[in-house]
Write a protein that binds this ligand. Structure first.
Ligand SMILES: [Zn+2]
Length: 253
């Protein structure tokens, strides 16, 4: 999953940025599958490589992440080298993300929601947002002396949405992932080192059967909010804009 579009090549439609490998599979994998099924180009940027995990090496998780990306129909996936469990919103880290944004030129960026139990997730919401802003600045000094980033054409994504599955917050909208729920689960289970039943980490990790039950129950809950079977929740900071009231989805009564 290292083949990447050239700077002036076709842009990416949707880029999901996450702290850890397998975050995307849990929070917006069904959405990426749905976008790919619509013919859109999707990509994933993981910011860490999982070196602090209880189970599996970083190399093992890299192979699993590639397998999961294929199962999600994603055309590009890479991992940066930010420290797992200690991600910080620094200029250096923002510029690492700017390089990817300027290379892939996404129209939509998916970030984790800004309030989260895991500090990495919360920080990535802000780090990612600020990188999206910085990426749009043309002035060379704005990218702080990084020649590679400064040489690339500025690009600011049009839209940023926050995957809010694990946040206790009312979603702005739901994406219907009903036809893709099984495939999303298969992609999550590609992380054998994390989720297959094994002795290492028992007591800390949930058994495989229960992962299916939990993730399907969460998707069912969010689906019900929008009147569909399975859904993934998102928050956007902007208001919605409506052209035709008669085409508004989700029944009121
Ligand atoms: Zn995570």
């Amino acid at each position: 999953m290292t083949a990447a579009p050239a700077t002036d090549g076709p842009a990416t439609d949707v880029l999901a940025i996450a702290a850890h490998r397998d975050d995307v599979e849990q929070t917006c994998g069904g959405t990426l599958l749905r976008m790919a099924a619509r013919g859109l180009r999707t990509a994933i940027l993981d910011l860490t490589r999982g070196e602090s995990g209880t189970r599996g090496s970083a190399e093992e998780r890299a192979r699993e992440a590639d397998d999961a990306a294929r199962l999600l129909g994603v055309g590009w996936r890479q991992a940066l080298d930010l420290p797992d469990g200690a991600i910080e919103n620094t200029l250096e880290n923002r510029i690492k993300i700017v390089r990817v944004l300027r290379q892939l030129r996404p129209r939509v960026v998916i970030l984790p929601y800004w309030q989260a139990r895991h500090p990495d997730h919360a920080i990535v919401a802000t780090l990612g947002y600020q990188a999206c802003f910085l990426s749009g600045l043309a002035r060379v000094e704005a990218v702080a002396g990084d020649e590679q980033a400064a040489a690339m054409k500025p690009h600011r994504p049009f839209k940023i949405v926050y995957a809010s599955l694990y946040a206790d917050v009312r979603p702005s909208f739901i994406v219907d992932i009903s036809p893709f729920i099984e495939q999303r689960h298969t992609a999550l289970m590609a992380y054998r080192s994390q989720y297959a039943n094994q002795a290492q980490g028992t007591g800390l990790f949930v058994p495989e059967e229960e992962i299916r039950e939990r993730t399907f129950a969460e998707a069912r809950h969010y689906g019900l909010l929008a009147g569909v079977k399975f859904g993934e929740p998102f928050v956007q900071k902007e208001v919605g804009l409506v052209d035709d009231l008669t085409l508004l989805p989700v029944q009121s009564i």
